[in-house]
Design a protein around this ligand. Structure first.
Ligand code: FAD
Length: 528
């Protein structure tokens, strides 16, 4: 019988099949030649001690024991071109996985996406980085694959339902992701690999009779007798259907405004906000691995840190080892930061959102906006940052930039404007600004205290070599679109399925994909 074993080995052994076989042969007292195959089931890094170890869960197959390569296949899809139509608005992870699931269930998805396909989108990313031009329909948040396409592609989630997570990971593998994502404790895909996977998902949807429309923004939802009747696009076209999955993400402010205008019930939702900190990756490696040089067998180190400061949670968010800070604004006149990494995470800098939990009471100054109060609070900070970094006192021309306010970390904790800001990975550039001007006083205060606390937990983290960029403001949706927890249908509108991160039911690629699948399953259940 093949044997399953939990073990701790050095990074060198974990990275080398022969060394691993040799090590295991001694453990189970057989000769290395007798080991036919070692299947790695789980891999994680234990960096708690100075001598870093890799935890492995393996199955050992000896010669003669039955062993078969576990090939991951796509589900069996049937052609749905003449099946009942379901509109899916948004081609992010929620929308795309909803569409795949609809096909699996014999329903025809019509995916409507305001942005361009992954290739076309690249030009707009260049435009925002280099020319400071924000395309309101095609950017780091909008376009095929949604906000997750040009990201680090981290695939971990707090979801407790491992079965659901495994299903999404296996689908990603079937669409071309490395099988490593099935075994790593903290899997990620990387910006360079994600677009091809997304493209293949789209092609599969089309191959089996679904439709995918790009450059098509939904501007109205048609409702008759409190039931969905279809949608209207910016081109004036109407698409009729009585089932609609609304998966437009946390940045679709026009959708939140539309729902509010149409008196479709939505509510303000707390989210988190702060800055994006950038350190050298070498420094983060040396802190996390307690060494000067991480060597060739360890990956660029991530970090994750949470503190309670001033009665609020302050934590790292969407940390990108070996990554780059990206301009993620979705409208002109605002700046937003987030981060991405290539699959090798081989850039010289490490960045992470460092954010503070907001409470509904923080939105009080925007109370007149009702359910949109949090969204307006978020917008006001993004616009203020844009003004501050664009030097509002100089010419209008100078204001039209995607530069962000930046400050050295220690200077920030000491309320001191930085005399200079070195070049960072944020391509549009930075302007030295005292961050206290960007945020309300209580937020700046918590951030200042929090960075000092972080410095105590991670020696070396609080350094003037680290640069803060502002704001990190699109952490999750500022609005919830409430739905029935049993049926996933909107509380008031029949046939409307609020879905994914924008509706407040997901945070990240995997949970959004899971939610997309769930919405499709709920729709199929009503049609039985
Ligand atoms: P989205 O991905 O936001 O997709 C919504 C889609 O709807 C968009 O494509 C948008 O264009 C479209 N849309 C909006 N309005 C309309 C309209 N009116 N008509 C038609 N279409 C519309 N998460 C992780 O788990 N790991 C990471 O490493 C990670 N890194 C990130 C890095 C960056 C730079 C960014 C921006 C986000 C990152 N995230 C990451 C977050 C993750 O991308 C989101 O949680 C996830 O994409 C949410 O999925 P969604 O499908 O709910 O919404």
């Amino acid at each position: 019988m093949p044997r399953e074993l939990l073990l701790q080995v050095t990074p060198e052994i974990a990275a080398n099949e022969l060394l691993l076989k040799d090590y295991l042969s001694k453990q189970i007292k057989v000769s290395p030649k007798e080991i036919q195959h070692v299947a790695i089931l789980k891999r994680s890094i234990d960096a708690r001690q100075k001598a870093i170890k890799i935890n492995l869960k393996v199955t050992i197959f000896l010669q003669g024991e039955p062993f078969q390569e576990n090939k991951i296949e796509l589900p069996v899809y049937k052609n749905v071109s003449s099946a009942q139509e379901v509109i899916v608005v948004g081609a992010g992870p929620a929308g795309l996985f909803a569409a795949l699931q609809l096909i699996e269930l014999g329903l025809k998805p019509i995916v409507i996406e305001r942005g361009k396909d992954v290739r076309g989108r690249r030009r707009d990313l260049k435009a925002i980085n280099v020319d400071h031009i924000v395309n309101e329909d095609s950017n780091y948040c909008f376009g095929e694959g949604g906000a997750g396409t040009y990201s680090d592609g981290k695939l971990y989630t707090r979801s407790k339902k491992r079965g659901d997570v495994t299903r999404i990971l296996e689908l990603l593998v079937a669409f071309g992701a490395s099988e490593d994502i099935l075994i790593e404790a903290h899997p990620h895909i990387g910006t360079n690999k994600l677009p091809k996977i997304i493209e293949d998902i789209r092609n599969k949807i089309i191959e089996f009779g679904g439709q995918v429309l790009f450059d098509t923004r939904v501007t109205d939802i048609l409702i008759k007798n409190n039931e969905v009747a279809g949608i209207v696009t910016q081109k004036g076209d109407t698409i009729v259907a009585n089932k609609l999955i609304l998966a437009t993400g946390h940045s679709a402010r026009d959708i939140f405004e539309l729902l509010d205008r149409k008196k479709i019930f939505i509510e303000a939702k707390p989210f988190a906000l702060g800055v994006r900190a950038e350190h050298s990756q070498t420094l983060i490696d040396s802190i996390q691995y307690s060494c000067d040089y991480r060597g060739e067998h360890l990956p660029p180190a991530p970090y994750s840190i949470v503190k309670q400061v001033g009665g609020r949670g302050m934590y790292s968010f969407c940390m990108c080892p070996g990554g780059v800070i990206a301009p993620c604004a979705t409208s002109p006149g605002e700046v937003v930061t987030n981060g991405w990494s290539p699959s090798k995470r081989d850039q010289i800098t490490a960045n992470s959102g460092i954010v503070i939990e907001l409470k509904l009471e923080d939105f009080k100054p925007f109370a007149k906006f009702g359910a949109l109060a949090g969204m307006e609070f978020q917008k006001s900070i993004e616009q203020k940052a844009w003004h501050l970094a664009g030097h509002s006192s100089v010419s209008e021309q100078a204001k039209q930039t995607q530069k962000v306010p930046a400050q050295r970390m220690v200077d920030f904790t000491q309320n001191k404007v930085s005399s200079d800001i070195p070049k960072t990975s944020y391509v549009p550039g930075t302007t030295s600004v005292e961050m206290g001007q960007v945020f309300p006083g209580f937020l700046s205060q918590i951030l200042r205290e929090g960075f000092q606390e972080f410095g105590k937990s991670m020696r070396g983290y609080l350094t003037n070599e680290a640069i803060l960029h502002a704001p990190e403001s699109r952490t999750s949706s500022p609005v919830r679109i409430p739905r029935n927890p049993e049926t996933y249908e909107h509380l008031q509108i029949k046939g409307l399925y609020p879905c994914g991160e924008g509706a407040g039911y997901a945070g990240g690629i995997i949970s959004a994909a899971i939610d997309g699948e769930k919405c499709a399953l709920m729709i199929a259940a009503t049609l039985k």
